[in-house]
Design a binder for this molecule. Structure first.
Ligand code: GLU
Length: 279
């Protein structure tokens, strides 16, 4: 089977060394197997993404010596695909509208004396899950702004236990409840990271999803979405994150040098590749 990998940055800033490592990792895995390497721009969040950062990504990756297949998929141009997937999930009865504000959620967690802590913070306490149908219909008819959440318990009941294979962690039992009823369509954007990334990897025929281990837990819910939507299941490789000398994550680090600034300072891309372990 041809190996198909991808690098899927969000154009919310300039790329730094951590991104370079991740892109080189995906690229080298495809190359070593005589496979294909794709680039995908994850720009559904119009408020945070900027066109100049898309240009910057292309520039920086070309400077690093990478090449990718055209056309580059830009998620913002495929909102219909995400709407179609949401309609299929809705037909399965596994979605519900959530009218909560952040403040509603925080108040409920405080009232309940806490909430299980998921990888992305406290798990949604399910406020809107049990909303009486009449009230739900009334609020929808009144145009109440809402997100769509996945009813994880209901979704799991449609499927037996699921597992997925990570090249570092081995076979992993899928544990979607650890993330709770995740948002699949946001109030202001009719899709979410979990939905778009899972559908796109399928539509683009990705066979090996490589990304940082900070996204390891997200895969629990991606595996469930694949089962619900009848999508193909790739293998995963969640690689360790590149850290600064003091142990902080480069992505989070204020002022981590960007590839653009390194280029400006005359850094040799071949030397950077060697430093990152990709001669
Ligand atoms: N767009 C995501 C990010 O920049 C990565 C998505 C993925 O690799 O699954 O963090």
């Amino acid at each position: 089977m041809t190996v198909v990998t991808r690098f899927a940055p969000s154009p919310t800033g300039r790329l730094h060394k951590g991104h370079a490592f991740s892109a080189l990792f995906a690229w080298s895995r495809a190359r070593a197997a005589g496979g294909r390497f794709l680039l995908r721009i994850e720009d559904i969040d119009a408020g945070r993404c900027r066109a100049e950062f898309v240009d910057g990504i292309l520039e920086d990756l070309a400077w690093l010596g990478l090449s990718w297949e055209e056309p580059v998929r830009r998620q913002s141009r495929h909102m219909d695909d995400y709407a179609g997937a949401l309609a299929r999930l809705d037909a399965l009865g596994v979605l519900y509208p959530c009218f909560c504000t952040r403040r509603d959620i925080a108040a409920e967690i405080a009232r309940a004396g806490g909430a299980p802590h998921g990888p992305d913070g406290p798990v949604y306490p399910g406020i809107c899950r049990g909303m009486p149908p009449g009230e739900r219909a009334r609020r929808l008819a009144a145009g109440g702004s809402h997100a769509l959440r996945l009813n994880v318990a209901k979704a799991l009941a449609l499927h037996g236990p699921l597992s997925w294979r990570d090249e570092r962690a081995g076979v992993v039992a899928a544990d979607p409840p650890s993330l709770g009823d995740v948002v699949l369509a946001r109030k202001e954007i009719p899709a979410s990271y979990h939905l778009a990334v899972t559908l796109d990897d399928h539509l683009q025929g990705v066979t090996l999803v490589t990304r940082g281990e900070d996204l390891f837990h997200a895969t629990h819910v991606h595996r469930l979405l694949q089962a619900l939507l009848g999508l193909s299941t790739p293998r995963w490789h969640h690689h360790a994150l590149l850290r600064a000398a003091d142990g902080t994550r480069l992505a989070k680090r204020e002022g981590a040098p960007t590839l653009a600034s390194m280029r400006g300072a005359g850094v040799d891309p071949a030397a950077l590749r060697r430093e990152l372990g990709f001669p």
